[in-house]
Write a protein that binds this ligand. Structure first.
Ligand code: CA
Length: 215
């Protein structure tokens, strides 16, 4: 997974980002002002920078001027269209505004890393091998045939592993729209994944919430 530097002066927000990205397997480092953030970004190799815009000493927009080749996601309270355009024009790979949904941030990080690093083509656990490029799954060397939505659901769980995902969030991630219908659709697909892959112990029900893949 990726090595990520978080430059954010609000410690609670920085800690929240770090905690959740580390749950899904990234390694995170923190700096709390623009100057030390830039020094750190130049001193060490990172796979991604997550930059607040409004920072003491140097802004996130100042920092990105010195950064070449490292993907950047801006996280900022300033939600105006102008800032967004400015951030992207300066070469940011994505932009997210506070307050943000942590699952959405995890997904954006994943998407940017996939674009820039070509990462996570294969994921393995418990003798299960998930190949994202050709969407095939093997268990102990034997192919397990998943239906398209079952594969999408498995991918969403892997990308957000160790995070509790509500049925509504899973409907949004997998069925890709704000689904107002029966969230039992999710339950049925989760049951099938558990049976086909034998992962009932990993794919846990989170009481009154949804599900979590524990790895
Ligand atoms: Ca700030």
């Amino acid at each position: 997974m990726a090595k990520i530097l978080i430059v954010e002066d609000e410690k609670a927000i920085s800690d929240l980002i770090k905690f959740n990205l580390e749950l899904v397997g990234h390694e995170c480092f923190q700096e709390f002002n623009g100057k030390s953030g830039l020094d750190e970004a130049l001193a060490n190799k990172y796979d991604m920078l997550i930059l607040d815009v409004m920072l003491p000493e140097l802004s996130g927009f100042d920092i990105i001027d010195y950064i070449k080749g490292t993907p950047v996601i801006f996280v900022t309270a300033r939600a105006t269209a102008n800032d967004k355009i400015k951030g992207l024009r300066k070469g940011a790979d994505d932009y997210i505004t506070k307050p943000f949904d942590i699952i959405e941030l995890v997904e954006r990080v994943k998407a940017v890393l996939r674009r820039t690093k070509g990462e996570a083509k294969v994921f393995e656990f418990d003798g299960i091998k998930v190949m994202f490029d050709n969407r095939r799954v093997f268990k102990d060397g034997k192919e397990i045939i998943l239906k398209p939505k079952e594969f999408d659901l498995l991918e969403a769980f892997i990308n957000n592993r160790n995070l509790a995902l509500t049925r509504e969030k899973l409907l949004y991630l997998v069925w890709e729209f704000d689904y107002e219908g029966d969230s039992r659709t999710v339950d049925v697909h989760v049951q099938r994944l558990r049976q086909k892959l034998g992962i009932s112990n990993r794919l846990q029900t989170v009481y009154k919430t949804g599900y979590r893949l524990e790895i």
